[in-house]
Design a protein around this ligand. Structure first.
Ligand code: AFP
Length: 315
């Protein structure tokens, strides 16, 4: 379970916490710039146009005006941060080079508003960010130097890791992020499961895994938003999310660069695990912006059980 920091009238802010973790000035600046940009995304989510943008993203999916607006907000902030060389967004077709000289700089992959189609039914959505040192974005997720997400729910929270624990910040009435949970850790196993995809398209091993979870009394919790669904499992410290391979869809739906690598980096740093059913997500080579993978992510024993069912059932 997450540790509540000692109650103190001196709230720990994001910049102070990053510094206390020995994070470099450039990476501290970058993470704080992303946190600050989220304030404008929040405003767009709460008051912006819910219509379509009339364009499509690199997956050929129709973009909402909110997708385009939140993408522009974050990308401009990254470009002007002065510490980013390459940028990839789920909403952009290609990698954008912000600076040619990569010395001391970072590359960022982000999903500006994951689950954006949920905004018009007033469900929680989020921003997901993956950060690498240097110019290369197409590399295994184990090489990330940081990952974070911002959850736009009843409260706005930011969760980050730089490989030294997982920490949550909550936005206060002044729109400042202050530390709310430090060194969040997950139990070995839990009683929540968050199953994505159409059940009637599940492979036998996945179907048997669901029946195993139901038999042990696990509760189904699924909103359709990756960020709130993962956040629930992380903050309760128990459970498993999966968006599996489906009949006819061997790679599932979720994107390696923009969703799976950043979340796997966070979950592993909280003592959990993330697998595609055979490989550790963070070890999977990433060859393209549009690369997808099946995912089982959450408590270590629950993920291991999924892998066991998948590899023992006839395909
Ligand atoms: P969008 O960002 O295109 O809305 O997709 C969100 C998402 O990739 C992820 O947030 C959810 O876990 C998943 O889709 C839900 O997919 P289903 O709607 O097929 O359950």
């Amino acid at each position: 379970m997450a540790k509540e920091p000692g109650s103190s009238k001196f709230q720990v802010d994001l910049r102070g916490h990053l510094r206390s973790k020995g994070v470099s000035n450039n990476l501290t600046h970058l993470i704080c710039e992303i946190a600050d940009a989220s304030k404008y995304v929040i405003n767009a989510v709460r008051t912006g146009d819910l219509g379509v943008a009339g364009t499509s993203n690199l997956y050929g999916e129709e973009q909402l005006a909110l997708d385009v607006l939140s993408d522009r907000i974050i990308r401009k902030r990254l470009i002007h941060s002065g510490v980013v060389c390459n940028i990839a967004s789920e909403e952009m077709e290609t990698i954008y080079q912000a600076k040619a000289n990569a010395g001391g700089l970072y590359s960022v992959a982000y999903d500006p508003l994951d689950g954006s189609s949920l905004v018009d039914v007033n469900l929680a959505v989020g921003t997901i960010v993956s950060i690498f040192q240097g110019p290369e974005l197409l590399q295994p997720g184990r090489n990330q130097v940081a990952s974070l997400y911002i959850l736009y729910g009843p409260r706005v929270s930011l969760v980050y890791t730089v490989g030294d624990g997982v920490h949550e910040f909550t936005m206060n009435h002044l729109m400042e992020f202050t530390l709310s949970r430090e060194n969040i850790t997950m139990a070995p196993s839990g009683d929540i499961y968050s199953p994505g995809g159409l059940r009637n398209k599940y492979l036998p091993g996945v179907e048997q895994y669901v029946q195993y979870l139901e038999a042990k009394g696990a509760k189904l919790r699924y909103s359709g938003g990756f960020v709130p669904d993962i956040n629930q499992i992380l903050m309760k410290g128990k459970g498993v999310f999966f968006y599996p391979m489906l009949q006819g869809v061997p790679n599932g739906k979720l994107r390696m660069l923009f969703e799976l690598n950043p979340m796997a980096f966070i979950i592993e740093n909280a003592g959990g695990a993330a697998s595609d059913g055979t490989r550790r997500i963070l070890d999977i080579p990433v060859e393209g912006l549009d690369q997808r993978a099946p995912v089982f992510i959450g408590c270590k024993e629950d993920v291991a059980k999924a892998v066991e069912f998948l590899n023992s059932a006839p395909t």
